[in-house]
Design a protein around this ligand. Sequence first.
Ligand SMILES: *[C@@H]1O[C@H](CO)[C@@H](O)[C@H](O)[C@H]1NC(C)=O
Ligand SMILES: *[C@@H]1O[C@H](CO)[C@@H](O)[C@H](O)[C@H]1NC(C)=O
Ligand SMILES: *[C@@H]1O[C@H](CO)[C@@H](O)[C@H](O)[C@H]1NC(C)=O
Length: 465
Amino acid sequence: MLVIRIYLLICTAVVASTVSQPKRRNINEYNRPCLLAEFGATAKCYLQNTHLICDSGFSSDWIKGVHNEITQLTVLKWPGQCLNVGRLEQYFPRLLQLEIINSTRLDTFKGHFSSNSKIEKLLFRGLMSLWELPPDVIGQMQNLHELDLRHNVLRHMRPRLLRNPPSLNNVYLSENKWDCSDGGLDWLAMERENGTTRKRITDYKQLMCHQQLYRGKPLHRVMDIIKMVRAKCPVPCSCAMTHVVSNRAGDIIPLITVDCSNRNLSSPPTNLPPSTSTLKLEGNKINSVRLILQNLQYRKIADLYLDNNSIPSVKELEASEWFSSFRVLSLRGNLIKQIPVYAFDKAFQSNNNIMHVFLGNNPWRCDCHYTPRFQALLLKYKRVIRDLSDIRCSKSEDSVTSLAQISAISLGNICGPENVMPISTVDIVNLVLVFLILLVVGRFIYDWHNFKATGKLPWISSVLP
Ligand SMILES: *[C@@H]1O[C@H](CO)[C@@H](O)[C@H](O)[C@H]1NC(C)=O
Ligand SMILES: *[C@@H]1O[C@H](CO)[C@@H](O)[C@H](O)[C@H]1NC(C)=O
Ligand SMILES: *[C@@H]1O[C@H](CO)[C@@H](O)[C@H](O)[C@H]1NC(C)=O
């Protein structure tokens, strides 16, 4: 026991140290002063006319004094995580063009380009650790016309990045890893087509989404969908795209979840975004499924959650087409006493999409007339009906049925012994016949005794000829 405990202790210590090590190293990296001179020993710089190319750092003679003669600078394979662009501008104040290329560890910038910057063209490429270019780095650049950020791993972008530099008109953003899923680019969806920011992105139509849901989908299509969903979302509800699929023609089909739960609604929203696949209406005051089944916009809903409402009956489901095509239906926590068992059986059987049905926490009727059929349904579809343990008889005085789990209840308890073996008409006829036979035999024995004792013939033999 002790050995095991010591072993476990050692294991935890080892795990803890391996987990915390990279973190500690990172903190040290960030604490380093972000110096341009840092990699001077191994750096190589070349000059081509007024174009300076510095590979793997800056050699020391280029980062002292002021180099007014340099108009173009290429920073190749900067080895650090941080680059001090504020200082860079001080050494090269006449730069017109700056390129930062293949600096695979670079993820932070120190300082920012000032409003005196002459730089007209900025190109970042092959920065394999930079997820976002902070807007403040370039925000004040008065002369910046062109921003080329192609072939990086950018995921996010804030609107200020493209809005602030006043002369910016050519922005290239393709070949990045844009994350269209997390809401970080939703502002772009809401930009008007002729809005300034949107117009500045020269290759807007070529941008692709890379993360999660939208991997490999054109960003502009995803943005159009996000915009549509925002515009069509019914008022007290919130809408989110939970999935995207493409059809054969390559069109993107969004699957939208409309969440209207706990909104105090007494009826479902009348309009839904097209291709709503999940509707959540839990915790409202809805008392009928009629409006849901009648509304044509609800036809495509696969998953419908109606938990914790005040629905007393779902008879209307019987006649609806939706009922034989849905995927998930949750009716937990309503006022349902009974369901049309036959219709449910029929619909479940013909429904190829059905995955889950929840019926728990309703005041179910329990009696001999209803429960046997209902129990049979529950057991037949126990792989679909997912909350059998919550499907219980309503609370009542009857200690046997009150809150009993219906799928497990013994029918004898519900129907009672006399009902379990009911007396049929054939049995009654048989009983009557037995009675009559006993009567005849009894009379015969009585007459025979009487004859032996008194010698009198029974009355019947005196009548017979
Ligand atoms: C940057 O790296 C890529 C891929 O490793 C390489 O193809 C390209 O030539 C490099 N660019 C420069 C300017 O070194
Ligand atoms: C946007 O520009 C296009 C053509 O460039 C024009 O047809 C359209 O009407 C403009 N839309 C708005 C809202 O200004
Ligand atoms: C329904 O109400 C019960 C009890 O108040 C609560 O525990 C449950 O989380 C609710 N369900 C939903 C889906 O809101």
